[in-house]
Design a protein around this ligand. Sequence first.
Ligand SMILES: CC(C)(COP(=O)(O)OP(=O)(O)OC[C@H]1O[C@@H](n2cnc3c(N)ncnc32)[C@H](O)[C@@H]1OP(=O)(O)O)[C@@H](O)C(=O)NCCC(=O)NCCS
Length: 166
Amino acid sequence: MMRLAEETADDWWEVEALLDLCFAPGREALSSYRLRDGVAPVAALCLVARDEDGTLTGAIRNWPVRVEGPVGKKWALLLGPVAVHPTHQGEGLGAMLILRALEMAREGGWSRVILVGDLPYYRRFGFARLEGVEMPPPTNPERVLGIELRDSAWEGVTGRVTRAMG
Ligand SMILES: CC(C)(COP(=O)(O)OP(=O)(O)OC[C@H]1O[C@@H](n2cnc3c(N)ncnc32)[C@H](O)[C@@H]1OP(=O)(O)O)[C@@H](O)C(=O)NCCC(=O)NCCS
């Protein structure tokens, strides 16, 4: 049995250690992290999963970003990082974290979500390649994926993804 809860300040370093374990070294050099620098995550959408012993088994964090294009500046939710401890991968925990975060984002009034990831994994949740939306380089455009939480929320929204500040 896994329990999901909002991440607290006390969870921060444990989640960092899980992310270090699950991602290749230098994860913070990824261009998506440039969109997170100095910006607070959306606290209500940062979740931790713990087993019955209280051991951290998975986590997801989400950040606000902007998409700046011809239709002006639009908010989007940058999903991730999401990680599941290697001993619990393949048990549906990643899906549980992602689906819960998406559901809460919709309830929280978010319209559109973006992420950088593998389409073969994320298409099961409804993510599709986002055409004309540019993450900071060097990001493979094939890995820039999005989902609409409101009808047509990505329609006509193109341009550069920027930090949600300034
Ligand atoms: C990606 C990750 C979060 C998925 O969590 P999980 O709990 O193992 O995922 P689920 O149990 O919900 O789903 C497992 C299924 O997804 C598939 N899957 C996992 N990662 C995949 C990927 N990168 N591409 C395609 N399929 C993938 C598994 O093969 C499995 O397939 P099956 O259902 O046909 O057996 C987890 O594997 C992880 O932490 N990986 C390392 C960090 C990472 O890559 N994070 C995502 C960055 S975009």
